[in-house]
Write a protein that binds this ligand. Structure first.
Ligand SMILES: Cc1ncc(COP(=O)(O)O)c(C=O)c1O
Length: 370
């Protein structure tokens, strides 16, 4: 177990002490008047973060539980689903969707380019029967950002539903479901929302919920309609169908309070400023960003090591010599880049400075060796 190491991976993140503390309280019942009020307030916090007035769901599990719940609850078998995939997590959406929804079409796009709105427009004109589009906002495997607002505008023009995997972006990168025309948005507790792993989060705009609320969906645990049914049926004592992971839920609530106290705009600015700061510090040391500003995700900062050093060596030397945990690249970026989670409390000079210092030492060592 890597206890005592500083976590700078792209989630799960280092938790603030007040958030961590929430997980060591004695367990309270997940029902009754006090719990129900607390649960509803927490969903209200989530609504403010997603920026929607529609229903939100906090499902025990990870982000993938939210993705699977969204896919299986928001589509009817005859609805065409189009997935635009430009990275490892785009491919993950394909895997999940194909396990639930046969009528899925995949457009595989270059992994080194942000999805162009024109590409989506063209696909919607060419492929018949598409009712929903599914994309990743911040492609955590490579640190590439897709232009959700522009893709949302194309979906609006074509009258199709937009479903967004915002697992590594919500709370760290500008996102507004109503303004950006994001119909269904999925995230998770363990990244920019400052909570621990344990909950998959799904938000649905009211106008969309009105349409899908009567859908007959497969399964029970991951059916949003079933979650809503229990919210209504057991509303005043147990407004969810299953036992909630109370420590994780409480910690997420504390994280959300921190998020809302800082304010969404201030948060988006802080994550962008800190990503820029990290690049300003590391570029002179020979570490270059994989993507230019504008298409680079501010929450998952991907860097290429200087000549003569491998991404793998950077990750393992930081771990073994400096007790700093960052992540290697994934998918096509496996041996090319390393990734830093610039998320929540990790997005600060205090957290990132030790990394910059260590990266400076590694680059100096490699110059001496060559
Ligand atoms: C963009 C994206 N999608 C999906 C996932 C899968 O989330 P989870 O591991 O919480 O199921 C991740 C996890 O890192 C992610 O970054």
């Amino acid at each position: 177990m890597l206890d005592g190491y500083q976590l700078l991976i792209p989630g799960p993140i280092t938790l603030e002490p007040s958030v961590l503390q929430e997980m060591v309280h004695p367990i309270v019942p997940h029902y009754g008047a006090a719990w129900t009020a607390y649960y509803r307030e927490t969903l209200e916090c989530l609504r403010q973060v997603f920026r929607t007035s529609g229903p939100v769901f906090a499902i025990p599990g990870s982000g993938s539980a939210g993705l699977e719940a969204a896919i299986s609850s928001c589509l009817q078998p005859e609805d065409g689903l189009l997935i635009l995939a430009n990275g490892f997590f785009g491919e993950r959406l394909v895997e999940i969707a194909k396990s639930r929804h046969a009528n899925t079409t995949v457009e595989r796009l270059p992994v080194n380019e942000s999805i162009a709105p024109q590409t989506l427009r063209h696909a919607l004109e060419q492929i018949e029967g598409i009712k929903a589009v599914l994309v990743v906002h911040s492609e955590s495997s490579s640190g590439l950002l897709n232009p959700i607002e522009s893709l949302g505008a194309v979906c609006r023009e074509h009258g199709v539903m937009l479903i967004v995997d915002a697992i590594s972006s919500l709370g760290g990168i500008e996102l507004d479901m109503e303004r950006m025309n994001i119909d269904v948005c999925i995230s998770a507790s363990q990244k920019c929302l400052e909570g621990p792993p344990g909950l998959g989060l799904v938000a649905v705009r009211s106008c969309v919920w009105e349409r899908i609320r009567a859908y007959k969906t497969p399964g029970w645990f991951l059916s949003l309609q079933n979650w809503k049914r229990y919210e209504e049926m057991w509303g005043d004592w147990h407004p969810h169908p299953v036992t909630m992971p109370i420590p994780a839920f409480r910690a997420l609530r504390m994280g959300l309070e921190r998020v809302l106290e800082e304010g969404m705009e201030a948060r988006w600015r802080r994550h962008a400023d800190m990503a820029r700061w990290l690049l300003e510090q590391t570029s002179p040391l020979g570490y270059l960003p994989v993507f230019p500003e504008g298409v680079a995700s501010p929450t998952v900062v991907a860097l290429k090591p200087p000549k003569g050093m491998t991404a793998d060596a950077v990750v393992s030397r930081l771990r073994d010599e400096y007790k700093l945990l960052i992540a290697g690249g994934m998918g096509d970026y496996k041996d090319v880049a390393f990734r830093v989670g610039n998320m929540g409390p990790q997005s600060s000079i205090a957290s990132l400075k030790p990394l910059v210092t260590a990266l400076g030492h590694l680059s100096r060592d490699s110059q001496i060796e060559s």
